[in-house]
Design a protein around this ligand. Structure first.
Ligand code: PGA
Length: 261
């Protein structure tokens, strides 16, 4: 099955002030405007989502949020619900490892499952992040852990909705460290642990439809090696998405496609 590549920029807690976000976007916009045939998603901080919804509207790029609460409204001080994002975003990053285990958020599998269902119910596309930590990796627990994360996240989600989701396989030890997973390892985990778990939960069709990105120290230099892997459909990029290099990274993805030049 030919899946359309998807590249997402996760700006995390950077460029959250209007002027700095705009200044950076002006640098990358001309290059990104020329990118065709792949889905491009910019996920800036919540404070500039409104501004970017307007900036991206005339382009082929889509807007994504970095998190969403599952309740539509209520006594949840400081939270942003999926409902609040509906008029702004097409995508929502969910379950990033920086949110799963950090002091400020402590996201559980149950919370991530609730969020996934809420984002889908509002017609947006989740970019569900999962991946093992270094200890689990060294102990040979990657496959069991990652497939468990898939099962927990998709609990109660029907096949038609599951097929529309994007998953980002991000080994925690590779995020922001400059030490990416090997393309072969990423390919194996995505094929066996992620698509394998989806095939068991649903069927092979769903497993083949879901687009799976690799994330963790992706750069313009190494993305080509990931994209030639049959299971890898794109990347979720942190550090390199904050640099003009991001345009080059997008070009490398286009080049890696069968029709790319
Ligand atoms: P990185 O981050 O590209 O800086 O490793 C990836 C991510 O956290 O999504």
């Amino acid at each position: 099955m030919l899946r359309k590549p998807i590249l997402a920029a996760n700006w995390k807690m950077n460029l959250g002030r209007s002027e700095e976000a705009l200044a950076f976007f002006r640098k990358i916009r001309p290059g990104l405007n020329e990118i065709e045939d792949i889905d491009l998603v910019i996920c800036p901080p919540a404070t500039v989502l409104q501004q970017f919804a307007e900036l991206l509207a005339p382009t082929r790029m889509a807007l994504g949020a970095q998190n969403a609460h599952w309740e539509d409204r209520g006594a949840q001080t400081g939270e942003i619900s999926a409902l609040m994002l509906v008029d702004l975003c097409e995508y929502v990053i969910l379950g990033h490892s920086e949110r799963r285990a950090t002091e400020s958020s402590q996201e559980t599998d149950q919370a991530i499952n609730n969020k996934l269902k809420a984002v889908l119910s509002h017609g947006m596309t989740p970019i569900l992040c999962l991946g093992e930590n270094l200890e689990q990796n060294r102990a040979g627990q990657t496959d069991a852990f990652v497939s468990g994360q898939v099962r927990a996240a998709f609990e109660g989600v029907d096949a038609a909705q599951a097929a529309t989701c994007v998953i980002a396989y991000e080994p925690i030890w590779a995020i922001g460290t400059g030490e990416a997973a090997t393309p072969a390892d990423a390919n194996r985990v995505i094929g066996i642990s992620i698509r394998g778990a989806l095939a068991k939960l649903y069927d092979e069709d769903v497993a083949q439809q879901v687009r799976v990105q690799y994330g963790g120290s992706v750069t313009a230099d190494n993305i080509g090696e990931f994209m030639v892997m049959p299971e890898v459909d794109g990347a979720l990029v942190g550090g390199a998405s904050l640099k003009p290099e991001f345009v080059e990274l997008a070009r490398e993805i286009v080049k890696s496609m069968p029709s790319g030049s």
